[in-house]
Design a protein around this ligand. Structure first.
Ligand SMILES: [Mg+2]
Length: 302
């Protein structure tokens, strides 16, 4: 009799466990269905925003957990793109040489064609902005004006090919860039802040192979104080917790220093004439390094 009672009780317990398990499974399936329906309702932008928020939470957790409380003084480290992350100005420089060779036969001897081109770019900057297309328009205009209309259509066609090649050229990363971004992303938000043509810059960022490493990508018209002020507000960082890295003191350092941020200058072998500026060597929030691979130790040594 005792054995029968024990068997009945055991069967009851098994039944209760099975029913409870089924209920839990149902709830889990239901929650999954709700989550997936919710996910489906999200736009791509929402998903990116959520991913960034999760990444920021993780970063804050990690930075708070750093051994000995040795946390970085920066929340965001931002990088210029052209001639900081990848080669750019050498392509323009080669195009300028081609311009001089092609247009030379149509102009008076002794004319400084490079200076004419730079002067045309300078005048057109407020109208055309930055980038290859703006450069191309100035190149065509300079060819026509300096030759007083004598330049041949064949030369203009060749100049157009040069512009097209520049627009479609694959991105060539500078040495060590990916490793530096991965390293800094461990305990900072990392960003790209670049100016230039929206279509071309977007193509370069998306084909660079490193775009997924960045929390923010900002393509702006100009790199001046009001623009940095707006971008810093949008990415939610205080100027004193922000560090900008770039090859142009004029665009990547001076406006950021004026706002109260930090800036690191990483030189590139060629600098566009219109980016020349005095280096604020004695500024307490300004740094100069030899290569981008020196940036993480500069950032963590502040
Ligand atoms: Mg640059």
């Amino acid at each position: 009799m005792l054995v029968v009672v024990l068997v009945v009780v055991l069967v009851d317990v098994v039944l209760v466990v099975v029913v409870a398990g089924a209920m839990v499974a149902t709830v889990v399936v239901f929650v999954d269905e709700v989550a997936s329906a919710e996910e489906q309702a999200l736009t791509a932008k929402d998903i990116v925003t959520r991913r960034r928020r999760a990444r920021r939470d993780r970063t804050e957790f990690m930075s708070g957990a750093t051994l000995g409380g040795n946390t970085s003084r920066f929340d965001v480290v931002a990088f210029d793109a052209d001639d900081t992350l990848w080669h750019s100005e050498d392509g323009f420089h080669a195009a300028e040489n081609t311009f001089c060779e092609l247009v030379r036969p149509f102009v008076t001897e002794g004319v400084d064609l490079r200076a004419v081109l730079t002067a045309t770019e300078r005048v057109n900057l407020p109208t055309y902005g930055y980038g290859v297309k703006a450069f191309g328009l100035s190149m065509l205009e300079a060819a026509i004006s300096v030759s007083e209309g004598r330049v041949s259509s064949d030369v203009l066609e060749k100049l157009l090919s040069v512009i097209r090649e520049l627009l479609l050229a694959p991105v060539r990363l500078l040495p060590g860039v990916a490793e530096v971004i991965v390293d800094l992303a461990k305990d900072h938000r990392v960003a790209i802040i670049t100016k230039g043509d929206l279509v071309h810059q977007t193509r370069k960022v998306s084909t660079s192979g490193i775009d997924h490493l960045f929390d923010h990508v900002e393509i702006v018209l100009e790199k001046d104080v009001p623009t940095y002020e707006r971008v810093l507000r949008e990415i939610d960082v205080e100027p004193h917790r922000f560090c900008m890295v770039g090859n142009s003191v004029k665009s990547d350092a001076l406006p950021v220093l004026e706002l109260g941020g930090h800036a690191v200058h990483v030189p590139y072998r060629v600098l566009w004439e219109l980016e020349r500026a005095e280096h604020p060597v004695n500024h307490p929030r300004f740094g100069q390094v030899e290569a981008i691979t020196d940036v993480p130790s500069w950032v963590r040594g502040r």
